[in-house]
Unconditional design. Structure first.
Length: 64
């Protein structure tokens, strides 16, 4: 669980570059939700959720 914020940041940067987007910040609520979830699908599930969220997000703030 301690690695979740680092992984979230990494995946957001990775997929934002692919999508041509730039997120300047992530809401605290979003990070808390990512940390609270059990992630039964492991890191691949986290990766897929973030990739989809990047596609759907507009603006400079990432909302997962």
């Amino acid at each position: 669980m301690d690695d979740i914020p680092l992984l979230v940041e990494y995946f957001i940067d990775r997929y934002a570059k692919k999508a041509g987007k730039n997120f300047s910040n992530i809401t605290n609520k979003t990070l808390q939700l990512f940390q609270a979830y059990d992630w039964p699908g492991n890191i691949r599930e986290l990766q897929n959720v973030i990739e989809r969220a990047v596609i759907l997000c507009d603006g400079e703030t990432f909302y997962g």
